[in-house]
Design a protein around this ligand. Structure first.
Ligand SMILES: [Fe+2]
Ligand SMILES: [Fe+2]
Length: 187
């Protein structure tokens, strides 16, 4: 299958806005992959697939996660916004036959990050923040950081997310905190 086949698959699984977002994330991931030395073809595919299950209802997402023999932590059970990354990583293996662990992990950790991310994982994480249609406050700041290094871009993205969660006493992802600490340790 080529990238257009995968675009056709996601097209019927989501609304127009999310489809546009997915296409834009894919394009931005390719750009960042070329800039930072990740595989552009894998970046294109991971970008297209990253939100594949975001519009699948939560009950069904839990079934998908369960079918992948993944046990959610208590915190993960409470943060249903993060389920699509986990269910998406299982879905692309089981339904689409994707076997490349780097693509699977890029989908799995695109929302939280984690310690020990590959270049491809970082590229997809960052592309999700900086894709063309994004217009939240500070998007220009993170776009500038993304030109300095993948890690500086990610650090700002994780800070942005953690700050928002702290403001409303949201649950913090341990994976996100570990990604944050690792970037600071290696700075
Ligand atoms: Fe997502
Ligand atoms: Fe996304």
């Amino acid at each position: 299958m080529n990238i257009d086949n995968y675009k056709d698959i996601i097209r019927v699984m989501m609304g127009d806005r999310r489809y546009t977002h997915s296409v834009n994330v894919s394009a931005e991931a390719v750009r960042l992959a070329k800039k930072y030395g990740a595989d552009p073809e894998k970046a294109a595919l991971a970008g297209i697939l990253h939100d594949i299950t975001k519009e699948v209802d939560f009950e069904k997402q839990l079934q998908i996660i369960d079918s992948g023999d993944i046990i959610l932590t208590d915190v993960e059970k409470k943060t249903n916004k993060l389920w699509h990354a986990i269910s998406g990583s299982v879905y692309i293996q089981k339904k689409l036959g994707i076997t490349d662990p780097d693509i699977i992990n890029a989908v799995r950790y695109h929302t939280t990050g984690r310690a020990g991310m590959s270049k491809l994982e970082k590229v997809v994480f960052l592309a999700d923040f900086t894709s063309a249609e994004r217009d939240y406050p500070d998007v220009d700041v993170i776009r500038k950081k993304a030109e300095i290094s993948l890690e500086e871009g990610m650090l700002y993205g994780i800070e942005f997310t953690l700050k928002r969660l702290l403001e409303r006493q949201g649950y913090l992802s341990l994976d996100a905190i570990e990604a944050y600490n690792e970037i600071l340790l290696n700075r």
